[in-house]
Ligand binder design. Structure first.
Ligand code: AKG
Length: 339
């Protein structure tokens, strides 16, 4: 990263996996993290520089992708969703008006598909700086298929190493997560960690139950040729968006910040419109080659499959945090922890 940083980055203390690609990182307004690491860009940065960094490293940060007002609106909407004011969530009672917001938010680690019940969340899919970045790294035609709203109160677990294409397969490796910070995300409160360049082999690594209480119930990727100490924390200010490739190994650690604090983020997932989306249950009599989940929102360009129409399949639901133990969803086995 050459210009317009607050301070120049110090020499790396240990060999880093980050591939420096140079280019204009844009006008910096944030003061956190104090030193702007490689891969942090502002919306006025050179799009070619963003693309080069993303292709080499599998992630980048768009600073100030959302304004302070937009972040405030997202936080308020997050509270309303958790309170059941945007529709009752399965197996959850609507919050009692007397219950404080902090107590309600602390009940949830993550709610899937908030864009299905909230116009405020839906609007984030179409946010101009986000869409510009997506067309730079994916191509002119972009669709969204999922959103996830993390509250991550202090004490809540993180997610073990994984690759998102293990869960949402595209046919052209175009999956991108756009992780919007609502609170400052730090190592202490459980920010995202990435393994730079780990998308490049294009391999989906073996996955296994981790048995580790630091993480929620999702499985862990194993046997990949990178070590934990090669990963880097992606600490960001509210309003920043971390874009990451569906093959990039990433994880987050528990929120160890003082009680009563949160690490809220909204993660939207996007892909190219040219790819089918073979996701979710294969309908009877369908062939995997034709399977194309049409519960998508077009955010840029043209959808070559518009002739198929669109569907509403997914509904908002609460993701298990592991508090009550974890169950293997394929056969219902109770999974043991290593104590
Ligand atoms: O926000 C987190 O803690 C984890 C998010 C994540 O792993 C994902 O969006 O795939």
């Amino acid at each position: 990263m050459s210009s317009a940083t607050l301070e120049s980055s110090p020499p790396a203390a240990q060999p880093s996996l980050v591939t420096e690609t140079g280019g204009f990182a844009g006008t910096r307004r944030n003061t956190f993290p104090k030193v702007r690491p490689p891969g942090y860009f502002s919306p006025d940065a050179d799009q070619a520089a963003i693309k080069a960094f993303y292709q080499a490293n599998g992630y980048f940060v768009l600073e100030n992708g959302f304004t302070a007002e937009e972040v405030e609106a997202l936080k308020q909407e997050t509270t309303l969703i958790c309170r059941g004011e945007r529709g009752e969530l399965p197996n959850q009672e609507k919050a009692n008006p007397a219950e404080p917001d902090e107590s309600v938010l602390s009940r949830f680690l993550c709610i899937h598909f908030p864009h299905k019940c909230s116009d405020v969340m839906l609007a984030t899919l179409h946010s101009q700086p986000t869409v510009q970045a997506l067309t730079t790294i994916i191509g002119p035609n972009v669709k969204c298929m999922q959103s996830m709203l993390f509250m991550k109160a202090s004490g809540k677990p993180g997610q073990a190493w994984h690759q998102d294409e293990d869960y949402i397969a595209t046919r052209d490796k175009s999956l991108v997560g756009a992780w919007i910070a609502m609170d400052r995300a730090t190592v202490e409160n459980g920010c995202l960690w990435v393994m730079p360049g780990s998308h490049r082999p294009g391999i989906l690594w073996e996955q296994r139950w981790h048995g580790d209480r630091r993480f929620d119930c999702a499985e862990q990727s194993i046997n990949f040729p990178f070590t934990d100490d090669q990963s880097i924390p992606v600490e960001v200010e509210p309003g920043s968006v971390v874009f990451f490739n569906g093959y990039l190994l990433h994880r987050s650690l528990p929120n160890r910040a003082p009680a009563g604090t949160f690490r809220r983020s909204l993660v939207n997932h996007f892909m190219s419109c040219e790819s089918h989306l073979p996701w979710g249950k294969l309908p009877e009599h369908d062939h995997i080659a034709h399977h194309d989940n049409r519960d998508v929102v077009i955010v840029a360009g043209q959808d070559p499959y518009a002739w198929k129409g669109y569907a509403s399949i997914n509904k908002p639901h609460v993701r298990p945090s592991g508090d009550g133990g974890c169950i293997k969803w394929t056969d219902g086995t109770k999974l043991p922890y290593q104590e």
